[in-house]
Design a binder for this molecule. Structure first.
Ligand code: PLP
Length: 414
């Protein structure tokens, strides 16, 4: 598949904006397939499985597409688990990596038959009391590694709430002894936007020290966090290099220390990854229309028909999204601040060079598939955008824009 086939043209994006209205999220199925193929090609011949971290984008049509291309799914709430089941994933291909949840959700997940990762000693103890050895369970560990694009998306460092700190392994082992827990996998997730593949190798090294202590292990789960290029010259995580280094790390260990990388019954451990952004970020385009131009001494503001209620990443993470004026591609480049229509400071981009912008122009935000629509809200009582899936050359509406009734739907008028 050529790059062109997996990139939607500006002209086509304009027609979608005209047909479905703006603001509009558009996803390109074949781009997801291309990204998934990068993973499976690089890890071909190894015992590796990929679980799509669906918190990035849960539209059921995206879930079904991801299932159709062969990936498993990683969930972060019981409702994501239910959506994955609804989309057709069988329970044994659904992983629920929980964080700080009530034990009732874990009981529900067990009843649904999905794979469960537990991230606290408290829930692990309750799991032991209720299920003992009868149901396999994974443990989410906090490896005390600082990694990721910024602190807000770093989850494995020594001040993070996520996982059971590796220095509390003895406490995990005590629970295993007390309740006969069947620990089937050890999980770590150090953060998002990790370009340096050695971070994953460091994680494996930490797990290698622990593997011999867990006699019924079958899998190690290295989480997600592969980087995708948000800026023009940003690279992405080199997956081929990652595959080679993971294989090398396993080979080194087998020779140093007998065969610690084997799991229960002497079978080789399977390696899991949970990519979110890597699969769906670049497939997504967010199309907006310019409402108002405002010249001031400080900046020329471009105010679009959206805001952080639809794409929160710039305000929340200082994230960079490439923005293009697709309706005036030959306009003279000028510097603008692109802002939203929300009654809060609501800036998408500061001092950004864009081809001359006029009221009514279409601006597209690239890399909008992951954590875009998914983190949207009705703040300021604005409607959530529509979503469109482009697949095999045809555009399908996969979520209609909110209507006024949606704003009132769950309100109880006294
Ligand atoms: N796995 C876990 C446990 C996560 O918390 C996350 C993101 O928050 C992911 C996977 C996916 O991360 P990314 O979208 O950066 O690949």
């Amino acid at each position: 598949m050529s790059q062109q086939e997996t990139q939607l043209s500006p002209e086509y994006l304009i027609t979608l904006g005209q047909q479905f209205g703006t603001p509009l999220y558009v996803y390109h199925a074949e781009k997801i397939k291309e990204q998934y193929a990068k993973l499976t090609t690089a890890f071909r011949g190894t015992n590796t499985v990929f679980f799509y971290a669906c918190k990035a984008l849960t539209n059921v049509n995206i879930l079904r597409y991801i299932y159709s291309i062969g990936a498993n799914v990683d969930c972060s709430s019981i409702n994501e688990v239910k959506l994955a089941l609804h989309a057709g994933f069988p329970p044994q291909r659904i992983l629920y990596t929980s964080n700080g949840i009530g034990f009732d959700e874990i009981v529900e997940a067990q009843a649904l038959g999905v794979i469960i990762n537990i991230d606290s000693l408290s829930n692990l103890e309750k799991f032991g009391q209720k299920f003992g050895h009868s149901y396999p369970v994974g443990v989410r560990l906090r490896p005390n590694i600082m990694a990721g694009g910024n602190l807000k998306i770093s989850t494995g460092h020594d001040k993070s709430k996520f996982g059971i700190p590796v220095d509390q392994t003895d406490k995990i082992l005590a629970l295993v002894g007390k309740y006969g827990l069947r620990i089937a996998d050890l999980h770590i997730h150090t953060g998002s936007e990790i370009k340096d593949v050695d971070v994953f190798v460091k994680g494996i090294e930490i797990l290698f020290d622990l593997i011999p202590k867990f006699k019924e292990l079958q899998f190690i789960d290295l989480g997600g966090g592969f980087k995708v290029p948000y800026k023009e010259h940003d690279g992405e995580t080199n997956i081929t290099e990652l595959a080679q280094k993971v294989e090398q790390a396993f080979a080194n260990h087998a020779s140093v220390n007998g065969s610690p990388v084997n799991g229960s019954g002497g079978r080789p451990l399977q390696v899991w990854f949970e990519p979110g952004k890597f699969l769906v970020s670049e497939c997504g385009y967010f199309i907006t229309k310019v409402n108002v131009m405002k010249d001031t001494d400080a900046a020329t503001f471009v105010s679009v028909d959206s805001g952080f209620n639809h794409l929160i990443r710039p305000m929340f993470y200082d994230a960079y999204h490439r923005i293009e004026n697709i309706s005036n591609p030959t306009g003279a480049p000028k510097r603008y601040s692109v802002v939203g229509n929300i009654c809060e400071t609501d800036t998408f981009a500061w001092d950004r060079t864009i081809n001359e912008v006029r009221e009514g122009d279409y601006l597209v935000f690239y890399n909008a598939g992951a954590y875009g629509f998914e983190m949207s809200s009705n703040f300021n009582s604005r409607y959530k955008p529509a979503e469109v899936l482009v697949k095999e050359g045809a555009a399908h509406l996969i979520r209609r824009r909110d209507t006024f009734e949606d704003l009132l739907r769950n309100q109880i008028e006294l």
